[in-house]
Write a protein that binds this ligand. Sequence first.
Ligand SMILES: NC(=O)c1ccc[n+]([C@@H]2O[C@H](COP(=O)([O-])OP(=O)(O)OC[C@H]3O[C@@H](n4cnc5c(N)ncnc54)[C@H](OP(=O)(O)O)[C@@H]3O)[C@@H](O)[C@H]2O)c1
Length: 236
Amino acid sequence: MNQKIAVITGATKGIGRAISEKFWLLGYSIAVCARSEADLEQMKKSLSATRPDQEVLTKVCDVSQKNQVGAFAKTIHETWGSVDVLVNNAGTFTPGKLIEEQEGTLLHLLNTNVMSAYWLTRALLPDLRAASNALIVNICSIASMQAYPPGGSYAVSKYALRGLSTTLRDELKEENIKVTSIFPGATWSASWDGVDMPKHRLMLAEDVAMAVTGLLAMSPQAVVEEILLRPQLGDL
Ligand SMILES: NC(=O)c1ccc[n+]([C@@H]2O[C@H](COP(=O)([O-])OP(=O)(O)OC[C@H]3O[C@@H](n4cnc5c(N)ncnc54)[C@H](OP(=O)(O)O)[C@@H]3O)[C@@H](O)[C@H]2O)c1
């Protein structure tokens, strides 16, 4: 197949949106998901208007639900049958402490931030194998490396995502499928709405997106295993 395909979860806002737009500008057709149908429609409309030869496949999908992730993968498989890049980006943050937070918080964050990547990667494996030199990118966090207040269950889920990423890299290396973990620090996005913080203290979503598309420049024999990105003035 001539056209290159990128799949991005949680793609209508923030980091996922910036990554999607970068792949779009590079000429990729993209498959994107989020929970809001209106946001997906709006995104499809604005992108399609700029490059009518590329396709935008949108699917309402709550990645914390295995059946919805399976349906997203099925649509991609039936549409293209090949995936060059998979970016497991969708994630959510619930502030709190493990010892105080509401029962069920950890399970919800594990489903949204980790199981989503596990389900989607496994479901798309035949399509990733069908592409030559496919790339999987997992958007982890500084919280994948260090616990911090009020990280609570979020840090547990992001540590697990790093583990999933490292394990996948080892299992898929002989198949020429690369797996990269990205650890962004504080990055401006919808999830920071309402927080009283000078804008220059946070990175831009485009910074993270550039780190992702920069991976495409590597030769097939090199894998960037992990990328750590922090605001210039350090963590908040
Ligand atoms: N921003 C930061 O400072 C920062 C730092 C480190 C790591 N990260 C990680 O980067 C990723 C993106 O974060 P962000 O700050 O860019 O997020 P964001 O601005 O809040 O955007 C989240 C995107 O994901 C979608 N989404 C949320 N929950 C979803 C679900 N259950 N199923 C499907 N889509 C879902 C949202 O759309 P809908 O609401 O319509 O579903 C939206 O498109 C996350 O994994 C986050 O943990 C962020």
